[in-house]
Write a protein that binds this ligand. Structure first.
Ligand SMILES: Cc1cc2nc3c(=O)[nH]c(=O)nc-3n(C[C@H](O)[C@H](O)[C@H](O)COP(=O)(O)O)c2cc1C
Length: 332
């Protein structure tokens, strides 16, 4: 099969499996180990708490992100449009999924074309793909959707448990450094659910990355997804990697660039914990694609509002009037 057709088919299968099978890791993201000290006297007005945040020089209404999932096949257009519209309305970050298909078939560009005024929009490409495409080609992906930043995903585990997966990862760091040097927008490097450790975080910072999404264990397991596609070794590695809380703490101690925490973040209280552990933004993927499935209701927007309510509640109960105070909130 033509490699692009294969990519399109795979992307559709991934979304379908995430929607209909249990693909969460069996181990937690580790956030349950962190407990805030509760202020029975908050002495704050819930309605006046500010969740305003700044990320890479841009203002957001709340420190939240829907991380990259899809694009590159016909149904993805509707999914990305709904997710992006909800993020624009709620003033949070949105990322499209891998834009690899767009490099080969320009007509697929429309499935990623979700630019809205004031939306912090991230493009997406695989770190591995940087070996095959020039910086100019990657720049065309950014320009093609008028992205604010580009996410580069690292997914060696997922590739390793895919029979057709890419397995020679030599030289990827150098390619990331070259990209950071020349791209017109900031580069954010992310995992996809197995976590980034302190060594890799330091290498990425040195290479010139503007931010890191630690995307750790505790949520969507790409090994589980691949297991449902074709067996192979996916189930063995279902829980492999670094729980999100541990990845975040390691990276926060190792680097100065801003961190996004994703991987099993399922509510606004976990976003609050992520910020307390050193993240600038809390992100999630699968809950939002599942919400998107409900026809007729603005389910994605409601879910973002639920996250915001839970984050604001956590801020009230920890006597945190703004995000800067939450970063220092008392723990048990
Ligand atoms: C259906 C689906 C497709 C995804 N595709 C991509 C992708 O193309 N690029 C990427 O960087 N991450 C991709 N991810 C990974 C997510 O961005 C995120 O890192 C990971 O799922 C962990 O977050 P979660 O536990 O909230 O789902 C995808 C996730 C889902 C659920």
């Amino acid at each position: 099969m033509d490699p692009v057709m294969q990519t399109e088919k795979r992307k559709g299968e991934h979304v379908d499996i995430v929607m209909h099978r249990d693909v969460e890791t069996r181990v937690t993201n580790g956030f349950e180990r962190v407990r805030f000290s509760h202020y029975a006297l908050p002495e704050l007005d819930y309605s006046k708490i500010s969740m305003k945040s700044t990320f890479l020089g841009r203002e957001l209404k709340a420190p939240l992100m829907i991380t990259g999932m899809t694009g590159g096949y016909p149904d993805a257009e509707k999914i990305n449009r709904e997710l992006a519209a909800a993020c624009a309305e709620e003033g949070i970050i949105f990322a499209v999924g891998s834009q690899r298909a767009m490099l080969e078939h320009r007509e697929l560009a429309r499935t990623y074309d979700v630019r809205q005024p004031n939306l912090f929009l991230c493009g997406n490409i695989g770190g591995y793909q940087l070996k095959n495409y020039s910086v100019k080609q990657v720049q065309s992906l950014v320009d093609g959707i008028k992205a604010t930043a580009l996410c580069v995903h690292l997914n060696p585990l997922q590739e390793a448990v895919q029979p057709e997966g890419d397995k020679d990862w030599t030289g990827v760091l150098q390619k990331i450094a070259e990209l950071c040097d020349s791209l017109s927008v900031p580069v954010i490097v992310k995992e996809v659910g197995a976590g980034i450790n302190a060594d890799v975080a330091k290498e990425l910072q040195k290479a010139g990355c503007s931010a890191i999404d630690v995307s750790g264990v505790g949520g969507t397991s790409w090994s589980a997804v691949e297991h449902y596609r074709h067996g192979f070794s996916g189930d063995v590695f279902r829980d492999f990697g670094i729980p999100t809380a541990d990845a975040l703490q390691q990276c926060a101690n190792a680097v100065k660039i801003p961190l996004i925490a994703s991987g099993g973040i399922r509510n606004g209280l976990e976003v609050a914990i992520a910020i307390r552990l050193g993240a600038t933004i809390g992100g999630a993927a699968s809950p939002f694609i599942k919400a998107q499935q409900t026809d007729g209701t603005p389910a994605v927007r409601l879910l973002i509002q639920k996250f915001k309510h839970e984050l604001r509640t956590a801020m009230l109960l920890t006597r945190s009037k703004d995000v800067a105070s939450l970063k220092k909130a008392k723990l048990l």
